[in-house]
Design a binder for this molecule. Structure first.
Ligand SMILES: [Zn+2]
Length: 155
């Protein structure tokens, strides 16, 4: 009885005899039996939607980095008012780099189908990175929406 359970068996499509699932010919009637279909390899891979979300997060991260470099290299002295805001610009630039990292983190987590809460946290933080014309936030937002819609595929 216990041995019966260890070897998976299935019915021959031709004669209905119970055969070992690994045999290629039925032991009763000799008909060719195709091997058991393997588990589809795509089942562990991110679906197109999650891949899309991942790419959006990467895009948002790149836009954040773009903003960061502009902030870090901008002229801090405002002649009109005679004040120096370079400290603020550097601070915002550093923040933008952190938000970019969040976006890349969200992208990697999404690609690896990690936990939803981590992706949401990183994704929402990356939205603060804004990017030119709010494009970065917009891309992150779409990425988050895609992840939420496809949350069943996550671990
Ligand atoms: Zn058979």
């Amino acid at each position: 009885m216990s041995e019966e359970r260890q070897v998976s068996r299935r019915a021959c499509w031709n004669c209905g005899a119970s055969v070992d699932e690994h045999v290629r010919l039925c032991t009763a009637c000799g008909t060719g039996i195709s091997p058991m279909p393997e588990e589809p390899p795509s089942s562990r891979r991110a679906s197109e939607w999650l891949l899309c979300a991942s790419i959006l997060f990467v895009g948002a991260g790149l836009l954040c980095l773009f903003s960061a470099t502009r902030l870090l290299t901008a002229e801090g002295y405002v002649e009109e008012y005679g004040i120096d805001i370079s400290g603020i610009l550097r601070f915002c630039g550093a923040l933008a780099i952190i938000f970019a990292c969040c976006a890349f983190f969200a992208a990697s987590m999404t690609y690896r189908r990690s936990s939803l809460s981590l992706i949401l946290l990183a994704g929402i933080l990356s939205m603060l990175g804004v990017g030119p014309m709010f494009l970065g936030s917009f891309m992150s937002l779409i990425g988050i929406v895609l992840v939420v819609i496809k949350r069943k595929e996550l671990d």
